[in-house]
Design a binder for this molecule. Structure first.
Ligand code: SF4
Length: 346
């Protein structure tokens, strides 16, 4: 396990006007897709031995990536960096068909850890392209998930990066358009983008079901409630984690006086706590709980030992492992072959 940078005792317990407390959002942290992807790399290392190659960060969290590197995972940007014949894991964010083909041509043994909820969006893109619809993909340019989804039907897809872009994009036939989205966006901002698209294209079709996943939605619902009562919100998550960055934005939008994202508790600055009576805490979908517990320890040192959980949903979804890993070395079916249920906001 990589050491979590420790900063215990660094934060001072300074007086404020009121009873210091933490509101701890729930759900927070690991989602089913991240858990599956991380376990997939661990199982691959166990089954095949190190090194196991992983295309891109398996999930967008620096701590998780560092831990897996120590166990023998090698992270690469593209499959042409992987020695022929090796095992390569595709990340939770998914890959375009061109990447799958490149891996096969190189003779790589691919293990697909794409989150099933991302795969669902890929299937929608394929189906709508087959029906000759033009896809308006709401998402962030350059994000791996968007590259993977757009790669399913590049000639049929236009990326819409923001509500403002909805006002300017052009399409081949305004009557044959459908919108899809990245799974980790702000729900409110996405709905605003759709509203503006529909104002221009009244026959715009909706996706068959939500593309923004249950985990993203649940974490946003929880932080909205926490933010309303918080002077400061701290989100644990990495800078390239879309859903973590969205949590900071949502917290500010819903009433937090200040909100910051940190990879580690050691990044919290003393001045953030000045006059903060209530501190909201949450974490992105790729963040191990131990990082949150480290933060709570530091906050307790600063006088915020009263931790009250704000729970807005139950989650009990478990995804089965990628099919390449469902058998153990002894041939028995791995217990993670079983699925589970999706948590809903209450
Ligand atoms: S955030 Fe959602 S789409 Fe992404 S891995 Fe988690 S469950 Fe899957």
């Amino acid at each position: 396990m990589p050491r979590i940078p420790s900063a215990r005792g660094r934060l001072k317990d300074t007086p404020v006007h009121g009873h210091k407390r933490v509101l701890l959002a729930a759900p927070r942290g690991y989602c089913a897709g991240v858990d599956r992807a991380v376990v997939a790399v661990e199982k691959a290392l166990e089954h095949y031995g190190a090194p196991v190659y992983v295309r891109k960060q398996i999930v967008h969290n620096i701590h998780v990536v560092t831990e897996l590197e120590k166990q023998g995972a090698i992270f690469v940007d593209e499959v042409d960096e992987v020695p022929p014949g090796s095992h390569v894991v595709f990340s939770a964010h998914g890959v375009a068909p061109s990447v799958v083909n490149a891996a096969a041509e190189r003779g790589l043994q691919a293990i697909d850890a794409t989150c099933p909820l991302v795969t669902k969006v890929h299937r929608e893109a394929v189906r709508f392209a087959r029906d000759d619809m033009h896809i308006l993909l709401i998402g962030h340019e350059g994000h791996e998930e968007v590259e993977g989804t757009a790669g399913e039907a590049p000639e049929h897809t236009t990326l819409v990066g923001s509500p403002d872009e909805a006002d300017t994009i052009t399409v081949p036939d305004p009557d044959k358009v459908v919108w899809l989205s990245q799974t980790t966006l702000s729900v409110d901002e996405t709905m605003e983008t759709v509203r503006r698209l529909r104002a221009r294209f009244p026959n715009l079709q909706d996706p068959p079901s939500d593309d923004i996943c249950y985990a993203t939605q649940n974490r946003q619902v929880a932080i909205k409630k926490v933010a309303q009562e918080s002077d400061l919100v701290i989100v644990v998550g990495s800078a390239n984690s879309s859903n973590s960055v969205r949590l900071v934005e949502v917290a500010l939008e819903y009433g937090a006086k200040a909100a910051y994202r940190v990879d580690y508790a050691s990044e919290v600055k003393q001045e953030w706590l000045d006059d903060a009576v209530t501190v909201g805490v949450t974490s992105g979908a790729s963040v191990p709980e131990e990082l949150v517990q480290e933060l709570l320890g530091d906050l307790a040192d600063a006088g915020y030992g009263d931790v009250q959980q704000v729970k807005t949903a139950e989650e009990d979804l478990v995804f089965s492992l990628p099919k390449e890993l469902r058998k153990t070395r002894s041939g028995a079916t791995d217990e993670r072959a079983l699925g589970g249920r999706v948590g809903r906001s209450s």
